[in-house]
Design a protein around this ligand. Structure first.
Ligand code: C2E
Ligand code: CA
Ligand code: CA
Length: 696
């Protein structure tokens, strides 16, 4: 309906409502003005407004109803229309009953009006809603514009949520698409296929009006195929009828965070050096396997403990970097031997573990498949390694234990595999051993003994026995001090059994001290006893004891303390202890020798001493090992060795003594080679000092 028609049909005169209330009630209102700006009529298109009183306006001037700046605005529009004859449009904001409202005014000159003169029609229309929307949109656009410029965040805008209508440069760069191409694609095109479904749910809810947005982590795929982890925040704005007006999507590249998280996960579950699963990861897998057995799985699984042979030596001689490289190579070879669901893990150092998740359905077949894997691992790890172009060789010792229903605890299993691995080491390395319960008994016994050893020192359970050493005429020239342990329950324990244990546990230091002190006290006593004062005592010194940094001081202080004659004390070293740190050994020996202490090389012939080293050592005596003496008469080899040792001693100007002499024939044969000092059952067994009778 045209403005004119309206003016003709519905005239409302002289209302008595207040203007605001009136105007509020009229969405479109037509005012009629004369040239002075006097309200002549208020006309509404709505029938129900017929009765509304308009006397607040009628016959009043614009500036009587409104204040500036509205008054001037209206007056100006009216005057302009009269003056130019052209319609004017204006927008203005004014107070309404519901707060500020926006209106659009349009004027038109009406010539030959029913009023008898020209009038101006002024149509006022409430545009608050549209204006509000516009303002929001402007605000949003300006916000968008600033966000669009953000260099570090992706921003996209779409009208209906289906395709992006606008994207910022950052997003184009992130996804490696030209803007136009990116805008042509639905989001499913550049979302990782595995992430579409989880995304779709939220998305559909939004389209259906059940949410106004969502945020989630997902992966985009760039044009070149790069997978980009992102965090997206989607928000939609709705029209009053619920239709989506526009959707904004904020895309945050979270690659770095994801990378860090996966790194942390990796650190927590994988070994940094080899990238194999680490100890705690493995323990989880083992627990799982155990749990399955507790829940009724009867199939056998196997646990393998793998330890590289002599890795420490290699690491020390080649350096840690090369050692690390070897470990990496070992890890990769082991990985190649194993496939899911079996696991290989690094336990630490040069120790690896393997879980054979399903080794067989009975013990026999489990043994076979574990043995086959064991063989394979030994072969694979035994092949040469090339590190920095140089060839290195290594081998491993493996302990295997198997379990099925009602398995022991994981700690127990690890212990079993470890025990079996030690057995493999003891049997000569580069082999595998299956765990059995006797092994465990031996280990338990050792554990008990080593605990008892500590008590033994405190409770003085050690005794020192003496075995005579005689010259060719059978005259006693000295004795070797040999320790005995009177165990309160087990009785006499052989030193062959507990000395290695004491070495391992470190108890040897106090044991060795005690032996030295006791022997020196004995020397001091003999010195005061006529006929005994020329006797020497030979004391066995163990590796660990000798390598103590204050060994020399300890010996000398015992000498001083007891008043023993140092020239009557002889320390027995073994060849094996000469293998490391020869300079330190020479220095210690030289210092002790200065005080008159003598040195004998025990078990000579069984080790690998190099003659070059031997010549540098300030020795006094070589002791032919009893193993050569035993078969002297029957084994030509041993006979030859004994003879060679005597010749060697002569050439090095050293004394020579044979141990383990049990028969006169042995003694005579030794004498024929030139060895005139002996020790052995033929002359006397090791006995307590009370029984050590001077054989005259
Ligand atoms: P060893 O130093 O080689 O000692 C000689 C061993 O041979 C002694 O065994 C001795 O009893 C035994 N023996 C002596 N004569 C004969 C013989 O004619 N026939 C046979 N079959 N055996 C003979 P023992 O006393 O059992 O000592 C074993 C090893 O224990 C010693 O070997 C030595 O290595 C170590 N040991 C003993 N006492 C001490 C000690 O005080 N300190 C250290 N560090 N080691 C010790
Ligand atoms: Ca000895
Ligand atoms: Ca010996």
């Amino acid at each position: 309906m045209s403005i004119l028609k309206m003016a003709e049909t519905q005239l409302v005169h002289h209302t008595d409502v207040i203007p605001v209330a009136l105007l509020d009630a009229l969405p479109d209102v037509l005012f009629v003005f004369d040239e002075q700006g006097t309200y002549l009529s208020v006309i509404s298109s709505q029938h129900n407004l017929k009765n509304l009183q308009a006397n607040n306006f009628i016959d009043r001037k614009i500036n009587e109803v409104w204040q500036d700046p509205l008054a001037s605005l209206f007056m100006n529009a009216v005057s302009q229309t009269f003056k130019t004859g052209k319609p004017q449009t204006l927008e203005y904001e004014r107070q309404t009953l519901h707060g500020l409202g926006w209106f659009e005014g349009r004027t038109q000159l009406l010539v030959d009006s029913p009023y008898g003169h020209n009038v101006v029609l002024f149509l006022a229309r409430d545009i608050s809603e549209r204006k509000q929307l516009e303002i929001t949109r402007n605000k949003m656009e300006s916000q968008l514009n600033s966000i669009y410029e953000l260099g570090f965040i992706g921003f996209a805008f779409s009208i209906d949520g289906r395709k992006w209508g606008r994207v910022n440069r950052y997003l184009c760069e992130l996804l490696e698409y030209p803007e136009a191409e990116l805008l042509s694609l639905p989001w499913t095109e550049f979302t990782h296929p595995d992430d579409i479904l989880s995304n779709m749910n939220d998305y559909k809810l939004m389209l259906n009006g059940q949410n106004d947005g969502y945020s989630l982590d997902k992966r985009y795929i760039s044009k070149t195929g790069r997978v980009i982890p992102v965090h997206i925040t989607v928000r939609c704005s709705r029209l009053p009828d619920g239709q989506i007006e526009y959707v904004t999507t904020m895309v945050e590249d979270i690659s770095e965070r994801v990378r860090q998280e996966s790194e942390i996960r990796h650190l927590a579950f994988y070994d940094a050096l080899t990238s194999l699963p680490n100890r705690s990861h493995f323990s989880d897998r083992l627990q799982q396997a155990l749990k399955m057995r507790h829940e009724g799985v009867t199939r056998y699984a196997a646990l393998m403990f793998i330890d590289l042979d002599h890795f420490k030596t290699l690491n020390d001689t080649l350096g840690h970097e090369k050692g690390d490289e070897l470990l990496r190579l070992v890890a990769s070879r082991l990985s190649d031997c194993i496939k899911e669901p079996d696991v290989v893990a690094r336990q630490g150092g040069d120790e690896f573990v393997v879980l054979l998740a399903d080794a067989g359905d009975d013990l026999q077949s489990a043994r076979i498949s574990s043995a086959l894997l064991g063989e394979k691992i030994l072969a694979v790890l035994g092949a040469p390694y090339f590190i920095d172009g140089l060839e290195h060789n290594s081998s491993a010792s493996i302990g295997i234990t198997m379990f099925a229903e009602n398995p022991p605890s994981s700690d127990e299993l690890m212990k079993h595999a470890d025990i079996a691995m030690y057995q493999a080491k003891n049997l000569g390395r580069n082999m595998f051993c299956f765990f059995d319960h006797q092994m465990q008994e031996k280990v338990t016994l050792r554990a008990e003994l080593s605990a008892d050893l500590r008590i033994a020192i405190r409770d003085e359970q050690f005794r020192l026995f003496y075995q005579p050493q005689v010259n060719h005429s059978g005259l006693v020239v000295g004795a070797e001090a040999l320790i005995r342990w009177e165990h309160p329950v087990r009785g006499m324990v052989s030193p062959a059994e507990f000395i290695p244990l004491a070495e391992e546990t470190g108890v040897i230091l106090s044991v060795g001290n005690w032996v030295l002190k006791t022997a020196c006290q004995q020397l001091a006593e003999w010195a005061r006893k006529p006929g005994y004062n020329m006797l020497t005592i030979a004391v066995n010194v163990s590796v660990r004891q000798f390598h103590q940094s204050d060994f020399v001081e300890r010996v000398l202080s015992i000498i001083d303390e007891t008043g023993a004659d140092p020239t009557k004390l002889k320390l027995e070293l073994t060849e094996s202890m000469l293998l490391q740190d020869i300079e330190d050994i020479i220095e210690k020996m030289t210092l002790l020798k200065k005080r008159g202490i003598g040195f004998s090389l025990d078990d000579f012939g069984t080790g690998y001493s190099s003659l070059v080293y031997l010549k540098r050592l300030p020795l006094d005596q070589l002791k032919i090992d009893q193993s050569f003496v035993r078969d002297l008469l029957t084994d030509p080899n041993d006979n030859e060795i004994a003879r060679t040792i005597v010749t060697l001693a002569e050439s090095m100007k050293l004394d020579v003594i044979a141990e383990g002499v049990e028969t006169e024939e042995q003694r005579d044969r030794l004498a024929s080679h030139g060895c005139f000092t002996y020790q052995g059952y033929l002359f006397g067994k090791p006995v307590p000092i009370e029984s050590f009778i001077f054989p005259s």
